[in-house]
Structure formats: C-alpha cells, structure tokens
Design a protein around this ligand. Sequence first.
Ligand code: KIV
Ligand code: ZN
Length: 514
Amino acid sequence: MSQIKIFDTTLRDGEQSPGVNLNKQEKLEIAKQLERWGVDRMEAGFPASSQGDFEAVKAIAQTIKNTSVTGLARTNKADIDTAWEALKYAEEPRIHLFLATSPIHMTYKLKQTPEQVMANAVSMVRYAKEKFPQVEWSAEDASRSDRQFLAQIIENVIDAGATVINLPDTVGYTTPDEYGDMFRFIRETVPNIDQVELSCHCHNDLGLAVANSIAAVENGVTQVEGTINGIGERAGNASLEEVAVALRVRADHYPYQTGLKLDETKRTSDLIAKLTGMYVQANKAIVGRNAFQHEAGIHQDGVLKNKETYEIMTPEMVGVKANTLFLGKHSGRHAFKDRVSELGIDLSDDKLKEAFEMFKALTDHKKEVTDDDLYTILMEIQTDTSAVNKYQLEMFQVQYGTSNIPTATISLTAPDGRSLETACTGQGSVEALYRTLDALIEEELHLADYQLNSVGRGKDALAESHVQLTVDGETMNGRGTAQDVLEASVNAFLNAVNRYIVQKNTVKEEQVVK
Ligand code: KIV
Ligand code: ZN
C-alpha cells in the first residue's frame, strides 16, 4: 500500500465559499479537529489577505503540533514575508506559492508573458526557500496550461528549491483520463521530478473532483488536496472524506492508504457544517443524514438478513453513531465534565460552568439530551471567547395568531450598557422579531439569508438557526440554538451583529498594538 498524504484546505479554499466567514477562535477549533482527524497538512489561510487571516494562521501555527501547517502566498516578496511572520512558529513551516500558467490566465489576468511568469516563479520559490524548509508551488489552472511550458517551469522551480509540485484543476474542467494523463506526462518528461512530491487539487464544477483526484493518485500523485464536505469556491473542492473512504472501501482495487482516523470523519464534517452554516445535503456520500439509511422495504429486509446486501461500509467506520442517550436531569457536574472531555472539547472552568448551566436549563425542557445536543451547546460556548461588550438579549415576546398582525417586543442591553426596548409588527413572527431587532440596533443591517434546522430528531429537538447579515456593509454569519425556533432565530441574528462588534473592536485593538 502506498501512503497518500492528505492536504486539507478547508480553512483557505473552503473559507472562500460564498458567505462563509469564520473568526479566529472558530478556525482554531477546526484546526484542532483536523489534527484529530489526522490530516498530514493543513492550509490555515492566506496570511497576506487580511489582518484577521494573518492572526488566525499565526494562532494555528502556534497551537497545532502533529500536522504541518501551511499558508497561501502569491509569488511576491511581501506575501512571502507576511506568511513567514505567521508561520515561523509552526513545527514544520510550509508555504504554498501559486502562479497561473495557462495562456488565458497569463494573458488576461497576470498580463505577463510566459517568460516573465517563469522568471517570477523561479525567483520567488528561491526566495521562499531561504525561510521555509517546505515550499509547495502550484501552477494555477494547470489543467488548461500548455504541457511543454508546464514541464519546463516545473523543472525550473524544482531546481530553485520547491519540495511539492501541485497541479490544480482550478476551474473544475478536466476529466479523470485527461487529469491522470497530465501527471503521467509530467512524471515522464520532467527530469528532476523524483526530487519532489506531486500533488493534485481539484474543483467540482462538473462534479468530477473526487474522480479526478483518484485518477491523479493512480498516476503517481502522493498528496491529495481538498476540503471537508467539499466546501469551497463555486461548486467547491474535492471532498476529502469521499476520497479517503473510497480508497479504504475499495482497497481491493486501489493500493493506496491515508493516515486519516476515519472514525473522526463525521464529527469533523458536523463541526464544519455548524461553524460555516453550510449544511450537507441529506444524500451526500459518507456524511449525509441518509448515507446509511435504508428506506425501501426490500432493502430493509435484505439488511436485516445480512448487512452486506446493501451496505458497503459500516456507519461506525466513519464515526456515525446512533444518537446515544447522554445525560439527563439528574446528571451531576462530574458526569457532565467527563462527557465533555470524551467529546474532545477543552473548556476553561468558567466556560464549563456556563455550559453546565445551559445543559441544566435544557434538561428542564428536554428529557433526553444527546451527544448532538451537547456538542451544539458546547460549540456555541467554546467559540465565543471575546470579552468585548455586546448586545445582550433581556427578553422577547411575540403575539401571533391567524387573525391578528404578528407583533414582537424585545428588550436588549446595548454594548454601552443602555437598556433598549421596542415593538414592531411583521408578516410573520420571525419577520416581526427581526424588524424589532433592526429598530433597536444602531448598526445598518440587511438580512441576506436565514436557515432553520433541527438538531437530531423528535418533537423536543433543539432548533439551530443560521443567518447571514450585512452589518455596516460587512457580511457576517450568525448562529443560535434554543429549544424554541423563535429564540434560536433571535440568538442567530444577535450573534451575527455581535460578531461584527467583536471584529471591529479586535481590529481597533490590533491597530493600537501596532
Ligand atoms: O484552485 C486553485 O488553483 C487554487 C490555487 C491557489 C492552488 O486554489
Ligand atoms: Zn482551489
């Protein structure tokens, strides 16, 4: 079995998904879960793209020990220097440099000749190698590049010190045969290719990203790049859980293995979905809600007689568990603490106390608190670590009936301590609540998206709401959980506004420190 390295770019290419914006604490939580999942490399962000990304990459580089942390950079000295400042703390600092090589990108986007692109790539790989022991170089839009030019530039950047060569299918255009053949050609043509690792990076515009990645592996690639749940630009990236599980389940056909702990897959997927608000479709392979459900009578009958009639893998293999009963009304602090640490979540004593109080409040309304419920509460507490004053909900009330106009009344405490209260009407309860919040909050607000889901099943399931707001022109996501759908909706709205306030204050603090 040859070993395939997994390069996760959920925090960089995944975070480029429309509408996704994660704060530093959330990125750190994702990074810790990726480390637990066992990815070999993680792309923590694009340090030169913003102060927020820089800080997140730095925090991840300082925290993660068992996975090599990398950051994206354009081929210019300023990007490389900034990336070094963020990544120098990592156990094995790694940089990912990219430059487009296709005629269309060189002509229209870069406005450079192939000779200029070649010279730039070589000199910047050499410059990066003075600082970073590991330098990955990507030929952006490789699958639409001229192969002879590609072979020449690869040979030159290897001579300049590159350690990994990545050939992305940036626009998700290639087919498995074509993509595999490109790697075969490069391996046969580039004389120094044995000095580096070859990597693939596929986008999913034609739904071929996983198939293309596997075709690349069959043609000598030893690193696969992708994201959890396949999130990313446009139609997303190759879904890493699909690649890894396909290699495991079809080990009879594919002589390759990854180092992933597959039973951490579902938890990794759930975390990304919760924090990004990008929930996976029910029929998504491996991690979708229906991936292991059998609906048709003939299938159910077959599975009862022998699981393998309709199951090619077990749910346990990827960490899908029956939603186990966790703790109830009479569970004490110790049992609670033990379960939190079994879920792999670190909380300070104060946060643990807060979580226990939330859990107790929940058991007043919900008889069976499951791992899913607990995980949802804990994620909310764990990723909210800012001490900045925010809007606080004091109370809300809604009058709704089929024959009257829905009216909401809300009281808030403003960040400066003032008490605020007003009432507004709307077409429905949620609209009345959101119009009332809009009237109370001084920032300029526009609601762009609203989602409501249930955590688990059953009539007492927790409600989880996600909203996307523009706050003073900035796109912010918010999420809220509660037993009641209206309370979850209010919490999500306030969460988005409060994230904006925290972000604004953090930027101010960073400017003062500078
Ligand atoms: O898709 C792509 O080409 C990329 C590069 C930055 C590697 O994401
Ligand atoms: Zn990409």
